[in-house]
Design a protein around this ligand. Structure first.
Ligand SMILES: N[C@@H](CCC(=O)N[C@@H](CS)C(=O)NCC(=O)O)C(=O)O
Length: 297
C-alpha cells in the first residue's frame, strides 16, 4: 500500500465549498437520483373499483403493504380489497404529478384511501401499515403495553432499514465500485441490527411478543428477506445462518400464504409465475401472473 493512502485506489476527494449537481454519481439507480423534489411530468394516477388504491412496487417497502393487505383479506375482511398499480421507479413514474400528489416524497409505496368523504393519501410504509391495522383492528394490539412494544419495533424498522438499504445494500451491491470503508461501516451496523433481532427473537415467538403484528411484517420485509438470501446476494457475506432465531422467525413468516401472495404483487423481477404486475381482484393470482399473460414489464 502507498504511504498516506488507505484501503482504496480512488484519488483523494476534496469537497468543494458548495456542492453542485453536475455529474451522475454512477452506479445502479444513478439516473433517477436528483437533488430536487417535485414532479417532472404531468400524469394522473389510475383509480380502480376498490376504496383502497395502492401505487407501489415489490421492493421491501412495497411488500410490507401488500403482505398486510393479503393478511387482512385472509381473515375475511372484504373491505381490505384493493387495486395495486405498478409504479416503475426505474422509469421515473414516482415523479409523475399524480404520484407526487399522493406522496410528496416521490417514493413507493403510496396509498389513497377513498373510503373518506375526500380521498386521503397515506405515504411512508410505516404510516400505511398503522393506518390499515387501526382501520381494520388487526395486527396491532390494543392493550397499551403490547401496543407500545409493537410501535417501538415498527419505528425501529423505519429508522434502521435505511442503514441496511441505503448504506449496506447501496455500497455492497449498487455503487459503481467496491469501497472498503463504507462496506465495512454498514456491514458492521447491519450485523449489529441482526443481533438486536436475534436476541429479541431468542425468547419471543414474534417481534412484539407472542402475537404476529405489523412490526413483524415491516421487519420481515427487510431483515427476513435479507436472511432468506433475497437482498443484495449478501447472505453468505453477512453469515446470516449464525442468527438462528432470526432464521427461524423468517422461515415461519415466509411460509404464510398471505405473505407468499403479498410478495407477488407489483413484482417485476424473478420467476414469471411469481410476478403479478397489477392486482385488482383476488382471482388475479390465478389468472394474471406474467407466465399466464406473457407481457414484459
Ligand atoms: N421511508 C420510505 C422509503 C420508501 C423508499 O425508499 N422507496 C423506494 C423503493 S424501496 C423508492 O421509491 N425509491 C425511488 C426513488 O428514490 O426515486 C417508506 O418506508 O415508505
Amino acid at each position: 500500500m502507498q504511504k498516506g493512502r488507505l484501503m482504496t485506489d480512488t484519488p483523494e476527494y476534496t469537497p468543494p465549498k458548495v456542492w453542485t449537481w453536475e455529474t451522475e454519481s454512477g452506479g445502479t439507480f444513478a439516473s433517477i437520483n436528483r437533488p430536487i423534489a417535485g414532479p417532472t411530468h404531468d400524469k394522473d394516477l389510475p383509480v380502480g373499483k376498490h376504496p383502497l388504491q395502492l401505487y407501489s412496487l415489490a421492493t421491501p417497502n412495497g411488500v410490507k403493504v401488500t403482505v398486510l393487505l393479503e393478511e387482512l383479506l385472509a381473515l375475511g375482511i372484504s373491505d381490505a380489497e384493493y387495486d395495486a398499480w405498478l409504479i416503475k421507479i426505474g422509469d421515473g413514474d414516482q415523479f409523475g404529478s399524480g404520484f407526487v400528489d399522493a406522496n410528496p416524497n416521490s417514493k413507493i409505496p403510496a396509498l389513497v384511501d377513498h373510503s373518506f368523504e375526500v380521498p386521503q393519501r397515506v405515504f411512508e410504509s410505516g404510516a400505511i401499515l398503522l393506518h390499515l391495522a387501526e382501520r381494520f383492528g388487526k395486527f396491532m394490539p390494543t392493550e397499551p403495553a403490547a401496543r407500545a412494544e409493537t410501535l417501538s419495533w415498527l419505528f425501529w424498522q423505519m429508522g434502521s432499514a435505511p442503514y441496511l438499504g441505503g448504506g449496506f445494500g447501496h455500497f455492497y451491491a449498487y455503487a459503481p465500485e467496491k469501497f472498503e470503508y463504507p462496506i465495512n461501516r454498514f456491514a458492521m451496523e447491519t450485523k449489529r441490527q441482526l443481533d438486536v433481532l436475534d436476541r429479541r427473537l431468542a425468547d419471543h415467538e414474534f417481534i412484539a411478543g407472542n402475537e404476529y403484528t405489523i412490526a413483524d411484517i415491516a421487519i420481515w420485509s427487510w431483515y427476513g428477506q435479507l436472511v432468506l438470501g433475497r437482498l443484495y446476494s449478501a447472505a453468505e457475506f453477512l453469515d446470516v445462518e449464525s442468527y438462528k432465531n432470526v432464521m427461524r422467525w423468517a422461515r415461519a413468516i415466509d411460509a404464510r400464504p398471505a405473505v407468499q401472495r403479498g410478495r407477488m404483487v407489483n413484482r417485476t423481477f424473478g420467476e414469471l409465475e411469481l410476478q403479478l404486475h397489477e392486482r385488482h381482484d383476488a382471482s388475479d393470482f390465478e389468472t394474471q401472473t406474467q407466465d399466464k399473460i406473457g407481457e414484459t414489464a
